[in-house]
Design a protein around this ligand. Structure first.
Ligand SMILES: Nc1ncnc2c1ncn2[C@@H]1O[C@H](COP(=O)(O)OP(=O)(O)OP(=O)(O)O)[C@@H](O)[C@H]1O
Ligand SMILES: [Mg+2]
Length: 431
């Protein structure tokens, strides 16, 4: 069995401009399937949503293919029923799978002294030919900027004069073994995978506001099993990272710390949890059932104790991510807005606590750009799912395809001349 050939990238652009798309967001807490339609001119309309508790996936990694496959089947079935159509292919969003980003730089000599389309195609070709490390598969190649001789920050080098044209590309890769496990679970439901998409990238697409696109944003997605960070500059992802910790770690800490069952800890967390509550702040007491003890003798603890347990874990997660961000040469405190998404971002006090830690303007994101979402499925927990729809319909999609890395004469056969050029360069001029 081989992974979906990346040659399908040839058809990536415009493939869903008019029509229907089904996306599958495979998380550690929930599997969500959404079916959306678009006429190509207005925002996609959600026709069906199906959601099921995740099984067989922990901290973003598949641990039981059969269980995951069942959860996928249930989510897809529910979405199909609601939409009144059946689907046979899906775009799959992933939060774990060992995703990493790498900045790759390529250079070519400008043959004529003036940059023409062919020079850019040669740069892309270098990137498509770039060997991925053993066991890794490319998910995205996102152009960041062009350089011409010593000058950087060029968006559109066409028609400019210089000797050496360079490009920086943010390449996102994932573990091929991890993707294969996901593929197995999905294909057991007789579904083809059209594409794999990085969830944090998708969340950025769906939830960044105009000024965040312009000024840069650090998007932090606190999910169930994974917390991911995406560093966006000029609306483009420059760096991503993740730690295999999230809302489920918080729940487990509560269960352990208060000696209560995990499902009770989850209930208390979502009902009464806060990142800010501290002991001594309030007289409010929590009544807890005791694990394995006489249930007629409930225990009570100060609500601040719950807050301290939650805060310790949130602090650890954010600290780990920020340390890695800094090590990679970026700083979340450098003029960047911070946006929180993911289910656990909804914990009261998360925004304030993050702001205190990083010292920047922080908000909890809300995905937008689609029509027909109920309140319950439109919040921060669905940022990546909705981003997958936008990705699929090509909104903001600025990825070169193999067709863009091929001399123009050869791509004509596919009727795909310069799709990337049109979106990235020509449309950029009119923005
Ligand atoms: N209102 C809420 N308050 C606090 N926590 C919440 C709330 N709603 C959801 N959560 C927590 O969010 C987590 C699930 O987040 P999310 O749905 O983003 O995860 P996922 O996409 O399934 O997993 P992954 O981490 O693999 O992306 C759970 O730990 C859940 O307890
Ligand atoms: Mg998720």
């Amino acid at each position: 069995m081989s992974l979906m050939p990346r040659l399908s990238n040839l058809l990536k652009n415009n493939r869903h401009r008019n029509g229907t798309v089904a996306v599958l967001d495979i998380g550690s807490s929930k599997v969500v399937c959404m079916i959306a339609q678009s006429d190509g001119s207005s925002q996609p309309v959600i026709r069906g949503i199906g959601q099921h508790a995740s099984h067989g996936i922990k901290r973003g990694e598949v641990v039981d293919i059969s269980q995951l496959s069942l959860a996928v089947g249930k989510a897809v079935e529910a979405a199909e029923r609601m939409a009144g159509i059946s689907i046979d292919q899906v775009v799959v969003g992933i939060s774990g799978a060992g995703q990493r980003s790498n900045i790759r730089r390529h250079h070519v000599d400008v043959a004529t002294g003036e940059v023409i389309e062919r020079d850019i195609r040669r740069l892309f070709r270098l990137d498509f030919d770039y060997p991925e490390a053993e066991g890794r598969v490319n998910l995205h190649r996102l152009p960041i900027q062009f350089t011409l001789d010593q000058v950087g920050g060029i968006r559109n080098p066409l028609g400019m004069f210089g000797q050496t044209l360079g490009i920086s590309i943010c390449a996102i890769s994932a573990s091929s073994a991890a993707l294969r496990n996901i593929q197995m679970a999905v294909e057991r439901n007789h579904l083809q995978i059209e594409d794999y998409v990085s969830n944090i990238y998708a969340s950025g697409l769906s939830s960044m506001l105009e000024d965040e696109r312009d000024l840069g944003a650090t998007v932090i997605e606190i999910g169930g099993g994974v917390t991911s960070l995406g560093y966006f500059v000029d609306g483009q992802l420059n760096y991503l990272d993740s730690v295999p910790l999230g809302g489920a770690s918080i729940t487990n800490d509560i269960a352990r710390g208060l000696s209560i069952p995990v499902d009770e800890a989850e209930r208390i967390k979502t009902l009464k949890g806060s990142v800010l509550a501290a002991t001594g702040d309030s007289d409010e007491m929590l009544t807890l059932p005791m694990l394995g003890h006489d249930k007629s003798m409930p225990l009570s603890v100060e609500i601040g104790v719950l807050g301290e347990i939650i805060r310790a874990r949130v602090e650890e997660i954010l600290e780990l991510l920020l340390m890695r961000l800094e090590k990679a040469g970026y700083s979340a405190a450098a003029g960047q807005r911070i946006m929180l998404v993911g289910g656990a971002a909804q914990l009261p006090g998360m925004k304030e606590f993050t702001a205190t830690m990083i010292g920047r303007s922080v908000r909890v994101g809300r995905p937008s750009g689609v029509i027909g979402l109920a309140e319950a499925t439109g919040g921060a927990a669905f940022a990546s799912t909705i981003g997958l729809i936008q990705y699929s319909f090509n909104d903001h999609l600025l990825e070169p395809t193999l067709a863009d890395a091929t001399p123009a004469g050869r791509t004509r056969r596919f009727g795909q001349i310069g799709t990337w050029f049109k979106q990235y360069i020509w449309d950029a001029g009119s923005r």
